[in-house]
Design a protein around this ligand. Sequence first.
Ligand SMILES: [Zn+2]
Length: 319
Amino acid sequence: MLYPWQESQWQNIRQQMKQQRLPHALILTGASGLGKLSLANHIAATVLCESNQNQEICGRCHSCQLFIAGSHPDHNLIQPEEAGKQIKIEQIRQLKDKQELTPTVAKWKTVIISPAENMNINANNSLLKLLEEPQKNTVLILISAKPEQLPITILSRCQKVSLSPPPKENAIHWLQQQSAVAKQADDILPLLKLAKGAPLAVLNMLETDLINKLQQLDDDFESLLQGQANPVLLAKDWLHYDLLMVFNYLQHNIKTRILKIQEQDSNCDSAQYWTIYDCIIATIKLISSSNNINKTLLIEQFMVSVIKRDLNKTSVLNR
Ligand SMILES: [Zn+2]
Protein backbone atom coordinates (compact mmCIF):
# COMPACT_ATOMS: atom_id res chain seq x y z
CA MET A 1 0.00 0.00 0.00
CA LEU A 2 1.18 3.48 -0.85
CA TYR A 3 0.34 6.50 1.27
CA PRO A 4 -0.21 9.93 -0.30
CA TRP A 5 2.91 11.40 1.36
CA GLN A 6 5.08 8.72 -0.32
CA GLU A 7 4.07 9.65 -3.85
CA SER A 8 7.20 11.55 -4.93
CA GLN A 9 9.57 8.91 -3.50
CA TRP A 10 7.57 6.18 -5.25
CA GLN A 11 7.58 8.01 -8.59
CA ASN A 12 11.39 8.32 -8.43
CA ILE A 13 11.74 4.60 -7.78
CA ARG A 14 9.23 3.79 -10.49
CA GLN A 15 11.21 5.90 -12.94
CA GLN A 16 14.38 4.00 -12.02
CA MET A 17 12.57 0.68 -12.55
CA LYS A 18 11.32 1.86 -15.92
CA GLN A 19 14.86 2.76 -16.99
CA GLN A 20 16.13 -0.52 -15.53
CA ARG A 21 18.50 1.26 -13.21
CA LEU A 22 16.97 0.44 -9.85
CA PRO A 23 19.94 0.00 -7.49
CA HIS A 24 20.32 -3.42 -5.85
CA ALA A 25 20.17 -1.87 -2.39
CA LEU A 26 17.90 0.83 -1.00
CA ILE A 27 17.49 2.22 2.51
CA LEU A 28 14.15 3.77 3.44
CA THR A 29 14.52 6.27 6.28
CA GLY A 30 12.16 8.52 8.24
CA ALA A 31 10.34 8.64 11.58
CA SER A 32 8.18 5.72 12.61
CA GLY A 33 4.57 6.10 11.57
CA LEU A 34 5.33 7.13 7.99
CA GLY A 35 4.72 3.68 6.49
CA LYS A 36 8.27 2.73 5.49
CA LEU A 37 7.46 -0.99 5.53
CA SER A 38 4.38 -0.43 3.34
CA LEU A 39 6.47 1.41 0.76
CA ALA A 40 9.14 -1.33 0.91
CA ASN A 41 6.45 -3.99 0.36
CA HIS A 42 5.06 -2.01 -2.57
CA ILE A 43 8.50 -1.79 -4.17
CA ALA A 44 9.18 -5.53 -3.62
CA ALA A 45 5.76 -6.57 -4.91
CA THR A 46 6.22 -4.44 -8.05
CA VAL A 47 9.67 -5.92 -8.69
CA LEU A 48 8.25 -9.45 -8.32
CA CYS A 49 4.99 -8.96 -10.27
CA GLU A 50 5.04 -11.06 -13.44
CA SER A 51 2.92 -8.70 -15.48
CA ASN A 52 4.31 -5.44 -13.99
CA GLN A 53 3.02 -3.25 -16.80
CA ASN A 54 4.16 0.32 -16.52
CA GLN A 55 5.68 -0.48 -13.11
CA GLU A 56 2.31 -1.17 -11.51
CA ILE A 57 1.35 -4.24 -9.49
CA CYS A 58 -1.29 -6.31 -11.33
CA GLY A 59 -2.59 -8.01 -8.18
CA ARG A 60 -3.67 -11.09 -10.17
CA CYS A 61 -0.55 -12.98 -11.26
CA HIS A 62 0.87 -15.94 -9.35
CA SER A 63 3.63 -13.75 -7.88
CA CYS A 64 1.20 -11.07 -6.69
CA GLN A 65 -1.07 -13.70 -5.13
CA LEU A 66 1.85 -15.27 -3.28
CA PHE A 67 3.09 -11.88 -2.12
CA ILE A 68 -0.35 -10.89 -0.83
CA ALA A 69 -0.57 -14.23 1.00
CA GLY A 70 2.84 -13.53 2.59
CA SER A 71 4.34 -16.71 1.16
CA HIS A 72 6.37 -15.64 -1.88
CA PRO A 73 9.39 -17.95 -2.06
CA ASP A 74 11.54 -15.27 -3.71
CA HIS A 75 10.84 -12.68 -1.03
CA ASN A 76 12.43 -12.54 2.41
CA LEU A 77 11.47 -10.32 5.32
CA ILE A 78 14.18 -10.23 7.97
CA GLN A 79 13.06 -8.95 11.36
CA PRO A 80 14.19 -9.53 14.95
CA GLU A 81 12.84 -12.83 16.24
CA GLU A 82 11.23 -10.85 19.07
CA ALA A 83 10.17 -7.19 18.81
CA GLY A 84 12.93 -4.86 20.00
CA LYS A 85 15.63 -7.57 19.93
CA GLN A 86 18.65 -7.78 17.66
CA ILE A 87 18.78 -9.21 14.15
CA LYS A 88 21.35 -12.02 14.39
CA ILE A 89 24.11 -13.08 12.05
CA GLU A 90 22.39 -16.45 11.46
CA GLN A 91 19.44 -14.62 9.92
CA ILE A 92 21.71 -12.79 7.46
CA ARG A 93 23.71 -15.96 6.73
CA GLN A 94 20.53 -17.85 5.87
CA LEU A 95 19.59 -14.97 3.62
CA LYS A 96 22.98 -15.21 1.91
CA ASP A 97 22.45 -18.90 1.21
CA LYS A 98 19.01 -18.20 -0.24
CA GLN A 99 20.30 -15.34 -2.38
CA GLU A 100 22.70 -17.67 -4.12
CA LEU A 101 19.80 -19.77 -5.41
CA THR A 102 17.94 -18.77 -8.55
CA PRO A 103 14.44 -17.32 -8.13
CA THR A 104 11.72 -19.96 -8.18
CA VAL A 105 8.59 -18.06 -9.20
CA ALA A 106 9.57 -14.56 -10.23
CA LYS A 107 12.54 -13.34 -12.24
CA TRP A 108 13.79 -11.42 -9.25
CA LYS A 109 14.48 -11.90 -5.55
CA THR A 110 13.64 -9.29 -2.95
CA VAL A 111 14.66 -8.81 0.66
CA ILE A 112 13.41 -6.40 3.31
CA ILE A 113 15.42 -5.92 6.52
CA SER A 114 13.48 -4.07 9.23
CA PRO A 115 14.52 -2.34 11.41
CA ALA A 116 18.03 -2.42 9.92
CA GLU A 117 19.60 -0.71 12.94
CA ASN A 118 18.71 -3.79 14.99
CA MET A 119 21.37 -5.84 13.21
CA ASN A 120 24.24 -6.64 15.57
CA ILE A 121 27.86 -6.08 14.54
CA ASN A 122 28.27 -9.58 13.13
CA ALA A 123 25.02 -9.31 11.17
CA ASN A 124 26.20 -5.97 9.79
CA ASN A 125 29.48 -7.49 8.63
CA SER A 126 27.70 -10.39 7.00
CA LEU A 127 25.32 -8.04 5.21
CA LEU A 128 28.23 -5.92 4.08
CA LYS A 129 29.69 -8.90 2.22
CA LEU A 130 26.33 -9.36 0.50
CA LEU A 131 26.30 -5.69 -0.50
CA GLU A 132 29.88 -5.85 -1.76
CA GLU A 133 29.11 -8.79 -4.03
CA PRO A 134 25.56 -8.10 -5.19
CA GLN A 135 23.70 -11.01 -6.71
CA LYS A 136 22.05 -10.58 -10.09
CA ASN A 137 18.34 -9.70 -10.09
CA THR A 138 18.23 -9.04 -6.36
CA VAL A 139 16.75 -6.00 -4.63
CA LEU A 140 17.60 -5.45 -0.99
CA ILE A 141 15.55 -2.90 0.97
CA LEU A 142 16.71 -1.75 4.39
CA ILE A 143 14.29 0.09 6.67
CA SER A 144 15.52 2.37 9.40
CA ALA A 145 14.20 5.19 11.57
CA LYS A 146 17.73 5.54 13.00
CA PRO A 147 20.12 5.24 10.02
CA GLU A 148 22.82 7.05 12.03
CA GLN A 149 23.20 3.81 14.01
CA LEU A 150 24.20 1.89 10.89
CA PRO A 151 27.84 1.59 9.76
CA ILE A 152 28.78 4.07 7.07
CA THR A 153 30.11 1.14 4.99
CA ILE A 154 26.52 -0.15 4.72
CA LEU A 155 24.88 3.25 4.24
CA SER A 156 27.27 4.18 1.44
CA ARG A 157 26.24 1.08 -0.52
CA CYS A 158 22.50 1.83 -0.40
CA GLN A 159 20.47 4.43 -2.23
CA LYS A 160 18.80 6.55 0.44
CA VAL A 161 15.06 7.17 0.15
CA SER A 162 13.94 9.60 2.88
CA LEU A 163 10.32 9.86 3.92
CA SER A 164 9.16 13.02 5.66
CA PRO A 165 5.86 13.89 7.34
CA PRO A 166 3.23 15.52 5.11
CA PRO A 167 2.12 19.13 5.75
CA LYS A 168 -0.13 19.10 8.82
CA GLU A 169 -3.25 20.13 6.87
CA ASN A 170 -2.81 17.11 4.59
CA ALA A 171 -2.16 14.80 7.54
CA ILE A 172 -5.31 16.01 9.32
CA HIS A 173 -7.38 15.62 6.16
CA TRP A 174 -6.07 12.08 5.63
CA LEU A 175 -6.67 11.10 9.26
CA GLN A 176 -10.22 12.42 9.18
CA GLN A 177 -10.88 10.17 6.20
CA GLN A 178 -9.30 7.11 7.82
CA SER A 179 -10.26 7.04 11.40
CA ALA A 180 -13.42 5.34 12.53
CA VAL A 181 -13.40 7.83 15.38
CA ALA A 182 -14.24 11.01 13.49
CA LYS A 183 -12.16 13.75 15.04
CA GLN A 184 -12.09 17.51 14.80
CA ALA A 185 -8.85 19.05 13.55
CA ASP A 186 -8.40 20.57 17.03
CA ASP A 187 -8.40 17.08 18.57
CA ILE A 188 -5.96 15.70 16.01
CA LEU A 189 -3.45 18.55 16.09
CA PRO A 190 -1.95 17.83 19.56
CA LEU A 191 -1.61 14.14 18.69
CA LEU A 192 0.09 15.05 15.43
CA LYS A 193 2.57 17.20 17.35
CA LEU A 194 3.21 14.33 19.72
CA ALA A 195 3.82 11.94 16.82
CA LYS A 196 6.18 14.46 15.18
CA GLY A 197 3.82 14.69 12.21
CA ALA A 198 3.66 10.95 11.39
CA PRO A 199 0.03 10.20 10.33
CA LEU A 200 0.13 6.43 10.93
CA ALA A 201 1.38 6.98 14.48
CA VAL A 202 -1.61 9.28 15.09
CA LEU A 203 -3.97 6.73 13.52
CA ASN A 204 -2.61 4.17 15.96
CA MET A 205 -3.16 6.62 18.84
CA LEU A 206 -6.78 7.16 17.77
CA GLU A 207 -7.44 3.46 17.36
CA THR A 208 -5.87 2.48 20.67
CA ASP A 209 -7.73 5.08 22.71
CA LEU A 210 -4.52 6.89 23.45
CA ILE A 211 -6.32 10.07 24.50
CA ASN A 212 -7.52 8.33 27.66
CA LYS A 213 -4.06 6.88 28.20
CA LEU A 214 -2.58 10.38 27.99
CA GLN A 215 -5.01 11.53 30.66
CA GLN A 216 -3.73 8.67 32.83
CA LEU A 217 -0.14 9.70 32.07
CA ASP A 218 -0.97 13.27 33.16
CA ASP A 219 -2.38 11.95 36.44
CA ASP A 220 0.65 9.69 36.99
CA PHE A 221 3.05 12.52 36.33
CA GLU A 222 1.15 14.82 38.69
CA SER A 223 1.37 12.25 41.48
CA LEU A 224 5.11 11.89 40.83
CA LEU A 225 5.54 15.65 41.09
CA GLN A 226 3.62 15.56 44.36
CA GLY A 227 5.88 12.74 45.59
CA GLN A 228 2.86 10.49 46.08
CA ALA A 229 3.59 7.79 43.50
CA ASN A 230 5.46 4.54 44.00
CA PRO A 231 8.07 4.41 41.18
CA VAL A 232 8.33 0.61 41.24
CA LEU A 233 4.58 0.11 40.81
CA LEU A 234 4.14 2.96 38.36
CA ALA A 235 7.08 1.83 36.20
CA LYS A 236 5.25 -1.46 35.63
CA ASP A 237 2.29 0.46 34.16
CA TRP A 238 4.47 2.63 31.96
CA LEU A 239 6.24 -0.39 30.47
CA HIS A 240 3.04 -1.06 28.50
CA TYR A 241 3.37 2.26 26.66
CA ASP A 242 5.61 3.26 23.77
CA LEU A 243 8.36 4.89 25.87
CA LEU A 244 9.46 7.38 23.26
CA MET A 245 5.88 8.58 23.00
CA VAL A 246 5.60 8.81 26.80
CA PHE A 247 8.70 10.95 27.19
CA ASN A 248 7.89 13.13 24.17
CA TYR A 249 4.54 13.72 25.81
CA LEU A 250 6.11 14.52 29.19
CA GLN A 251 8.46 16.96 27.48
CA HIS A 252 5.41 18.71 26.04
CA ASN A 253 3.70 18.60 29.47
CA ILE A 254 6.63 20.15 31.34
CA LYS A 255 7.14 22.84 28.70
CA THR A 256 3.49 23.84 29.11
CA ARG A 257 3.97 24.06 32.90
CA ILE A 258 7.09 26.24 32.53
CA LEU A 259 5.30 28.59 30.13
CA LYS A 260 2.36 28.84 32.52
CA ILE A 261 4.61 29.78 35.46
CA GLN A 262 6.40 32.38 33.38
CA GLU A 263 3.10 33.89 32.24
CA GLN A 264 1.60 33.98 35.71
CA ASP A 265 4.57 35.30 37.67
CA SER A 266 7.82 36.19 36.02
CA ASN A 267 9.65 36.20 39.39
CA CYS A 268 8.53 32.68 40.12
CA ASP A 269 11.21 30.04 40.07
CA SER A 270 10.79 27.42 37.38
CA ALA A 271 14.22 25.84 38.01
CA GLN A 272 12.75 22.55 39.25
CA TYR A 273 10.80 22.10 36.07
CA TRP A 274 13.93 22.77 34.04
CA THR A 275 15.71 20.07 36.07
CA ILE A 276 12.94 17.63 35.19
CA TYR A 277 13.04 18.85 31.59
CA ASP A 278 16.77 17.94 31.46
CA CYS A 279 15.98 14.48 32.88
CA ILE A 280 13.35 13.96 30.17
CA ILE A 281 15.74 14.99 27.39
CA ALA A 282 18.44 12.67 28.77
CA THR A 283 15.93 9.81 28.92
CA ILE A 284 14.74 10.43 25.33
CA LYS A 285 18.40 10.35 24.19
CA LEU A 286 18.95 7.03 25.94
CA ILE A 287 15.80 5.48 24.47
CA SER A 288 16.67 6.71 20.98
CA SER A 289 20.30 5.68 21.03
CA SER A 290 20.14 2.10 22.24
CA ASN A 291 18.10 -1.00 21.54
CA ASN A 292 19.38 -2.81 24.58
CA ILE A 293 18.28 -0.70 27.51
CA ASN A 294 16.75 -1.94 30.73
CA LYS A 295 13.44 -0.13 30.36
CA THR A 296 12.22 -0.78 33.91
CA LEU A 297 15.42 0.65 35.39
CA LEU A 298 15.31 3.65 33.06
CA ILE A 299 11.72 4.53 34.04
CA GLU A 300 12.37 4.00 37.75
CA GLN A 301 15.48 6.19 37.65
CA PHE A 302 13.55 8.94 35.93
CA MET A 303 10.71 8.72 38.45
CA VAL A 304 13.10 8.81 41.41
CA SER A 305 14.83 11.90 40.03
CA VAL A 306 11.45 13.63 39.64
CA ILE A 307 10.48 12.78 43.23
CA LYS A 308 13.89 13.66 44.67
CA ARG A 309 14.32 17.07 43.06
CA ASP A 310 14.79 20.08 45.34
CA LEU A 311 12.02 19.46 47.86
CA ASN A 312 12.23 22.97 49.34
CA LYS A 313 10.60 24.32 46.24
CA THR A 314 7.62 21.99 46.18
CA SER A 315 5.31 24.94 46.79
CA VAL A 316 6.16 26.25 43.33
CA LEU A 317 5.12 22.97 41.77
CA ASN A 318 1.82 22.95 43.54
CA ARG A 319 0.66 26.16 41.94
ZN1 LIG B 1 1.27 -9.32 -10.61
